[in-house]
Design a protein around this ligand. Sequence first.
Ligand code: ADP
Length: 633
Amino acid sequence: MTTTAEKGTISIHTENIFPIIKKFLYSDHEIFLRELVSNAVDATQKLKKLAALGDFNGELGDLKIEVSFDKKNKTITVSDKGLGMTGDEIKKYINQIAFSGATEFVEKFKDKTDAKDIIGKFGLGFYSAFMVADKVEVISKSFKENTEAARWECDGSTEFELSAANKETRGTDVILHINADSEEFLDEFRLKGILEKYCKFLPVEIKFGTKEESVEDGVDKDNKPKYKTVTSDRIINNPAPIWTKAPLELKDEDYLRFYKELYPFSEDPLFWIHLNVDYPFNLTGVLYFPKIKNDFEIQRNKIQLYSRQVFITDEVKDVVPDFLMLLHGVLDSPDIPLNVSRSYLQSDANVKKISAHITKKVADKLVDMFIKDRAEFEKKWDDISVFVKYGIISDEKFYDKAKEFALLKNVDSKYFTLKEYEEKVKPNQTDKDKNVVYLYTTSADKQHAFIESARNRAYDVLVMDGILDSHFINHLEQKLEKTQLKRVDSETIDKLIVKDEKVASVLSKEEEETVKKVFETAINNTNMTVAVESLSPDDMPVTITMSEWMRRMKDMQKTGGGGMYGFMGAMPDSYNVAINGNHALVQKILKAENDDQKNKLAKQVYDLALLSQNLLTGADLTNFIKRSVELVG
Ligand code: ADP
């Protein structure tokens, strides 16, 4: 069979689709390389398959794909040694399939505003070459015996040229004559960058060659200086990344090495999950648990999505549940439809299944780790708690599993499951209405005095100082029956967990009134609500608290939530000041000689209470020090 030179018209419906495509693809021009190299990979894989089936009996030989560029002649070439095409096949596959694909694409998306979004992940196949080239040549020789090499050329219009070519070796060269707007791609770093982004894990070795031409001695027949080509080649991809291998073949070092390959500057991950599903959908991948401290916002967009080892995107928002986006790693699935819009993706049944499956796998892994080695799990807890809590808050199914392994940590750094903790505190921390009260601190340092008085009553105090803990606390209250969570400094110790036994007051009603007045005058601040309480004589004389309710509203406001509490915007912090009528100092104040003396003493104990909570600052602090010096002196 011979290829006779011919000119022809590609029959497509839209006259000139190129300008439309060009408009859509403006910011994503670089994907042309992904598309062409993917085609080269496909052609290579197909040949291997034919060989395996016995339909190709020749030498496979070196199957490396070569990407090279020539700055002087303004070309970029993608060469493969795959199955190649005859002239007729070029007409069929390139003229018809590639062009009709592009036409269909444009027809579908020309009125859609989200087209750009889609194209970035999907590409246009062969046709995308015309985004950067004003002329494309395909020179190909089929693996089939007794066929001639063919050369096809087209400038992106509907006209093409096909002729016989002079190619001895099997495979296809696609030569792009780069257009004036796209010369940025005739650059080693730019091209290498694109290859590393999209082709880093393609399954066939890819050689990236910089063809630099330097002047050789002498001149050619047209009297121009002669050039010689200097090539520097290196393989830019890892054709067998670990997610394509069986977990049994892999050691911890392999996973850690791969992690470093993905994120060269990151600390080692805590552990990982190797996903390997082939029914009812296809999904492979490795998800790593990074060390997440409180800056978890920065860590997003670390999961990379591949389709048969071709990089698609690192925006996995619709494929992976939000809380799992804190993980790192790769997912590879040919079943994620990439050629559809985002809103469609969210409702796609496969995507939903994949997302649910990943959640389940992650939860199972954590259950497994918890059961197998509790001590080791506890060691990791501080690093994974943000992630687990986020999952618990946002995903009901995840909560169902996580309630078995989620841990609560107390101020002694002991860890309890939800069940264990309930059993631990129930006997001593149930109030008169049968509510179990969990006490917590957001800062063991600042709330030290309150933690101490809780300890004196043998109450346990949890540490809730994480970024998500205020949400987590709300969630626990919704989930756990008859359970309340209160910050240790939200009430005086008696009121934190109200029990029936009351300490009798040594003060008469009148005396209590007097004490109240004295303190109100001394404090002289309407945001401080004074009350006299009969606490134990061993408790502090004055305790300043902010109610749990008030503080939660304030916190919510700070984080931008709680719309209905917007009215509190201008409200100052208001506190409760509890005066312990049973404390010896308070009785001393009552008995002081004159009002001035009473006032001074009341101020002093009040300031001490402020001081113990870091609330005493500025002029108040200076005055307190002066007064103290006087009193001591
Ligand atoms: P797709 O790859 O999605 O089928 P393309 O437009 O990229 O669409 O390519 C159209 C067709 O052209 C391919 O299906 C393939 O048959 C053929 N083709 C493209 N590139 C090559 C190549 N390097 N070697 C062999 N055939 C190729």
